[in-house]
Design a protein around this ligand. Sequence first.
Ligand SMILES: *Cc1c(COP(=O)(O)O)cnc(C)c1O
Length: 458
Amino acid sequence: MPYHTIIEPFKIHSVQRIAMPGSDEREAALRRAGYNLFGLTADDVIIDLLTDSGTGAMSAAQWGAMMVGDETYAGSRSYERLRSVVEDLTGMPEVIPTHQGRASERILFSIVAEAGMVIPNNTHFDTTRANIQFQGAEARDLVIAEGRNPSADHPFKGNLDVAALRETIAEVGRDRVPLVMVTVTNNSGGGQPVSLENIREVRAVCDEHEIPLFLDACRFAENAWFIKTREAGYADHTPRQIAQEMFSLADGITFSAKKDGLANIGGLLVMRDAEIAAQCRNLLILTEGFPTYGGLAGRDLEAIAVGLGEVLEESYLEYRIRSIEYLAEKCRDAGVPLVWPPGGHAVYLDAKALLPHIPQSEYPAQSLVIELYREGGVRGVEIGSVMFGVVHEDGTEQPAPMELVRLAIPRRTYTQSHIDFVAEVVLSVAERASSLPGYRIVEQAPWLRHFTARFEPI
Ligand SMILES: *Cc1c(COP(=O)(O)O)cnc(C)c1O
């Protein structure tokens, strides 16, 4: 079609009311929550961009499939349906359902990792890192240099630095690298994609040393779309063919169905090796449940099986990636500093650049995230020194490398006018950026403080 407006490729079948708290109510909510947006309730928020995990809308086909969910404890029909969808997509025969992505990680690393080992990745997601460290192993980030620079333009900023991977293996020795991981897209690095060429190069290094390669495939479909539109030779491939090629290069995957499963809950651990899979299933039974349901209801397995098909539809992926880019372009065109190019699931505003008058010790990204809520009820998340600052024993703090505010877009949930509204709110806050205050922490937990800390404006 000769039109350039990319429309939402769905019509709305069931709606949820958005509460519309006024500015007095938002101010009171901020005070009640100690200026921590994790303390807000659903009805305090107008547009919720806290996360794209499990917050998307399911289709009528998914809801319909849930009605035929089979709740048989052992040997559920719904498991068989999901298993065959996943095997067809990944080419891997061992399909283990889990309640969400981190359960897959916990099980996998309990089996393969131990103290003294190193697991390379482009950038480990926080739960992956935590599960590796919990085994006493090291989670090492080896993303290319462009991936560490918010404004470096590169089509595949999530690529893994292959030379650094070789050096790591040479340094620690093959026997202490139980597997190599690549996260597609690179969530912690801004949702940036990884090219097939890069996965192929990583695979070649793994082959040389006989080390298995696992994909953290939470956003595999978004990654496939970036490959289709940016990597030479893939324009005529379908997203499914590209995804299948990605999976053909791997020995296994961990997966959160709350992202590209288009479901509200669920995860998968999938692999080729039957022996390791058997060990994983033994652990699964201990904490998740029998291997044909893995901590989920049969109806959840159905929703994921249908979601894995819908997420690869071209019209969906075109709309999905465009909707992120659309918000990013509006911010960029108004001169708001942000991570560029935008990734697959979120826009990351650069608070350090926008609020140079607030030192990192006064949490510029926290100030920005609070102001977006105060201005328009938009909830994002601080990804800066509140989340990643290191508190030393003497109470001093080492700031995070970047001060970002992430606006994650839930799948199929908001329309273009919602996003236009978000852009207006961002622009209006950016206009009065120099008047935003810094914040101090008045109460915090010893770890993962960003969830519960309380703040006060300075
Ligand atoms: C969300 C996510 C996970 C963890 O999945 P959960 O379902 O939240 O446990 C792991 N890796 C990446 C890249 C993710 O985005």
